[in-house]
Structure formats: C-alpha cells, structure tokens
Design a protein around this ligand. Structure first.
Ligand code: G4P
Length: 530
C-alpha cells in the first residue's frame, strides 16, 4: 500500500449539523476527548465544568497538542485521522455554513429528543441530501423528557424522505432513562453506570428473553416496554443496508446523552466503521479519486480577517486528491498561473500551526493575496482538473444598498463586486439602473455586517442599507418576457444577477403563488437548481 493509500484510507472528514442548542458543541467536545484522552477525560463531568467547549478546546489543545481551529478540528483516534468541520450556527450562520458541507464526506445530525427536527437542521439537511452523502443521526438529551422515539423516527423519514435504522434503542427517558439496548450486539448499556463515574461504561450482554437479568438491570416496567418496542421495531423498521447508508438513503440512528457522555463511544465506533474514507469529487465530468498521486483541491471558504491590524484573508481548501507538500509550486486553474501556497495551516485559531504535508480528505487554510474565489481549483502542474464548483444557496434576507458619497462611486462598485465575487454576499442589479443602488442577498444576517466592515475598512466606503421584507427568490425561466406587463403584487421585485439572468423577489410563498396564478405563462425555478 502506498503512503497516499494508507493516509487517505484512514481519514474521516465529516461535519456535525444541528439546530442551535441541540448539543453539537457538547458532542464535538466529547468526541475530541475520546480522540486523545479516553482514560482521563472521558469521565462524566458536571454541567458547570463543561461550559464553553471552545475555550476548553484551547486548553486541551495546549496540553495535548491537538490541532484545533475555528474551521476544522483534526485529531487521531485509534487508526483514524479525523477531521470535524465546523458548521457555524447561531448568529454566525451564513452561506459559509452551507459551503462547508460541500467539503465533508459525511454528516452527523444532532437532534434534541424533546424537539425533533428544527429549522436549521432542516436547511442543512437539504444541502447534504443534494450530495447523497451518508447521514448519521444522534438523538441527544435522552436524560431529559423526550418525544416518543417511534414518532421521532417517523418525522425524520417523512420530512427528509430517508429511511432510518436505529442502532440502539432507548429504555425510557428523562428521570426514567435506564439506558440503551444495542440491537446488533443484543447488549444493554445502563445509564446508571454513566453516573457512577466510570470512564468506559461496560456493556452488559443480555438477551431480551432473560427476564430475570433484565428486571434486575432496568426493572420490570422498563423491561416489558423494551421487549414490546424491540419486537415492534424488528418487525417494522428498514433492514440494515450499508450501501444505502453510504449513499445517504438510510440514516443509522443512535440515542444518547452527549452531556453525560452516554452512548457517545459506541456511536463513534460504529460511525467510523460505517462512514466512508474521502470520496471522489467531480471534475469536468470525470470523478477524481482521492488516491491519485497528484495533489488537487478546491476552495470552499474564504475568511477575510475582521481585524483591522492585519488584513489577512485565509482561503480554506478541501484536498480532493494526493498529497500536499509545503513549499511546492502548484497551479491555480482559474488564473492559469503557478502559485505557492503561503503558510499553509491546519489551525485557524489565534495561533496557527504551519503544516508540511496533508492528504486528500484534509482541509488546509492558506494566506490569500486576493487571487482565490469560492469554488476555485488548485492542483499539481500539468494535472487537468477543474472541480465542479459550489452551488450558490438561495438568500433569505435582502437589503437595498445605496451609495451615499458620489465621489466614491468607483470604490463602491469595485468593493461590492469583489466582495460578491468572493461569495461573502450575493449581489443583484435593479434592471435599467446603474450601480448606485443594488440588492444584496444573504443567508445569514452576519453577512451584512461583514459587508459593511469590509467596504469601510478595505474600500473606504460607507453606504445606506435598507432591509427589505423579501425572503424568497426565484429565477424567471421565460426567454422573452415583458416585466412591465406582468401582474405582480406590490412587494414583488424584479432583479437581475451578475450574468443578466432575471429573478423575482417575493416576501412570502403566497405572494409567489399569486404571481403564478395571475400570470399563467410565468415559469419560475428554484434558485439552487441553476
Ligand atoms: P449547540 O452547540 O448545538 O448549540 O449545543 P450545546 O452543545 O452548546 O448544548 C446546548 C445546551 O444543551 C447546553 O446547556 C448543554 O449543556 C446542553 N446539553 C447538551 N447535551 C445534553 C444532554 O445530553 N443532556 C442534557 N440534559 N443537556 C445537554 P446550556 O445550559 O445552554 O449551557 P451550559 O451552561 O451547559 O454550557
């Protein structure tokens, strides 16, 4: 086996997605602790000590030298080299969150057992489904009152159109949470063992027929319920099929409690076995194997430093094939120029670690003098690849941005065009008018702040921003259409993208339906399908 084969086959690159507060940070932290310190840090911690996982990471990193970044956490676990991609949520939610998913080979979806599917999970799931990557579900907070487990699975199947396969099954929830039953091994993990402070909870072999033993472990009431539920599950659920898992059609489901470190280890072990090593990526109609010797990568995120003191731009790339070596000259496909990637790092916190080599599946961040755009390809000289690019995601918030200083017209146009080109925002023109007023669309409100900051600090331009009530955008597919003759509601706005394609902005679904109703000739298309 070549070094590349060895290194690539042990890599697992995935993202954890969830709605804020479902437990993504807590689960990530626990996985990290398993990665480095199973003996000491895997123990149950009180809530107070568990606070602020991010700063905990910093501490852990200092102590153990784990490479931790705001964008990707890399650590070793057994034979594996794991890359967890960060998908910013809360107020940091932006188009970058979606784009990050294009760099992952699989996804772990954390669901709050009391809440089920929530809006942010829904949005992120759609992006994963587009790529047909494996999706693993961790139903968290079983130590609290939870919704009925069958109902939760039903919701996942109906809303997401995927099959589910529970790997384990919870025994009660909240105050009556007794543990989980492992369906494959026919073992019980008891929750009380998690509380006794053991670092590794021992699974107890126990058949469902062994009434006496089960009663002593979880009590008669829970035993009866469990036996009934497992019978129902075995009869009604999907069969396990690893190919379907790998093509994203069947999601293995795990129940547990991240905070109590309960069910996390079996989850990790099963997940690593079932998920895939780095996948092939599509380039010019051809799939490029990660095992190819030559290095190639694509840009999925550009982060302009918000700190005025040093105006760094960091470009994040996902390595799709081969091995990256520091100091070597590579080729930037879009500019058709050779390029040396300066100070490549795997760590993007306050201090970053310069790396010498990295392999397909890894993410590297490089200092960018302003040459890269989202979706660009960098590769070995002479290698003919150009990755398929990253789809643009439908903005959900819009504003009119208006230049206020006529003397800075040029800077305004230049700045906003460049920032849009980098993918920090999306820009739409108002037909038949100039660049003094444009529409800006974003996925997360944070992107407006980034725009304002960068326009001022990099281009010296202030502008007026007026938020509009639009939240839906559709392409107009009709070739010849007279927009002035369309019967539209007052709030509906006609705009054009940078390629001159026509779009309509709506404030709500009913407004779009109204437009379709009153103008039967109108053909609209979803934004992300273009
Ligand atoms: P997020 O990254 O998805 O936003 O969620 P995060 O891990 O920050 O968890 C959100 C809250 O849920 C935290 O409580 C966390 O402690 C709690 N939590 C996570 N997993 C579990 C679990 O398995 N059981 C229970 N009962 N709670 C869980 P918080 O009060 O908001 O913060 P903190 O004071 O604990 O830091």
């Amino acid at each position: 086996m070549s070094t590349i084969e060895k290194e690539v086959s042990r890599r697992r690159t995935f993202a954890i997605i969830s709605h804020p507060d479902a437990g993504k940070t807590t689960l990530t932290e626990k996985l990290l602790l398993y990665g480095r310190a199973i003996q000491s840090a895997g123990s149950v911690k009180g809530k107070q000590n568990d606070k602020h996982a991010v700063s905990d990471w910093m501490e852990i990193e200092k102590k153990r030298g784990i490479s931790i970044t705001s964008s990707v956490l890399q650590f070793e676990y057994e034979v594996y080299c794991i890359n967890i991609l960060d998908t910013p949520g809360h107020q940091d939610f932006s188009e970058d969150t979606y784009r990050t998913l294009t760099a992952a080979d699989s996804v772990v979806m954390v669901i709050d057992a009391a809440k089920g599917i929530e809006p942010q999970t829904r949005k992120l799931f759609r992006v994963c489904a587009m790529r047909h990557i494996p999706i693993f579900t961790f139903i968290n907070k079983m130590d609290r009152e939870a919704r009925d487990s069958f109902e939760l699975l039903d919701e996942l199947e109906k809303e997401f159109g995927i099959g589910t396969y529970p790997m384990n099954w919870p025994i009660g929830c909240g105050r009556d949470f007794k543990g989980v039953f492992d369906r494959e091994k026919r073992q019980i993990l008891t929750f009380s063992d998690a509380h006794s402070g053991g670092t590794r909870i021992k699974a107890i072999e126990c058949s469902l027929e062994d009434t006496e033993k089960l009663d002593s472990l979880i009590g008669e009431y829970s035993r009866k319920a469990l036996v009934d539920e497992i019978e129902l599950l075995d009869g009604a659920s999907f069969d396990f099929d690893i190919d379907k898992v790998r093509s994203g059609e069947l999601s293995p489901v795990f129940f547990g409690s991240a905070l109590n470190n309960f069910g996390v280890e079996p989850f990790l072990e099963n997940f690593l076995k079932m998920t895939t090593a780095p996948l092939s990526y599509l380039s010019n109609e051809e799939k490029i194997s990660p095992l190819r010797e030559e290095f190639s990568a694509f840009v999925f995120k550009i982060q302009a430093n918000m700190n005025k003191a040093h105006r760094d731009r960091i470009t994040f790339m996902r390595i799709c094939s081969g091995k990256f070596e520091r100091g070597k000259e590579y080729y930037h496909v879009q500019s058709k120029r050779p390029i040396k990637l300066s100070r490549p790092g795997q760590m993007m916190a306050q201090e970053r670690e310069v790396i010498d080599e990295a392999y397909a599946g890894d993410i590297i961040g490089v200092f960018d003098p302003g040459v890269f755009s989202i979706g660009d390809t960098v590769c070995e000289k002479g290698m003919k690849v150009e990755y398929a690019g990253i789809p643009t995601f439908a903005p959900e918030h819009f504003a009119v941005i208006e230049q206020i200083d006529a003397l800075k017209r040029k800077q305004f146009a230049k700045g906003i065009t460049q920032i849009a080109r980098e993918g920090a925002i999306q820009m739409f023109f108002i037909p038949e008018s100039g660049m003094e007023r444009v529409y800006v669309g974003v996925v997360g409100m944070l992107q407006f702040d980034v725009l304002e900051f960068r326009m001022e600090s990099e281009y010296g331009v202030k502008y007026r921003r007026t938020d509009t009530p639009h939240s839906l955008v559709r392409y107009v597919m009709n070739e010849d259409i007279d927009f002035s003759s369309l019967n539209l509601m007052q709030n509906t706005k006609w705009v054009q993208d940078v390629n001159g394609r026509n779009l309509l902005l709506f404030t709500a679904e009913y407004e779009m339906n109204w437009a379709l109703d009153k103008n039967p000739q109108l053909i609209l298309k979803e934004f992300s399908q273009m």
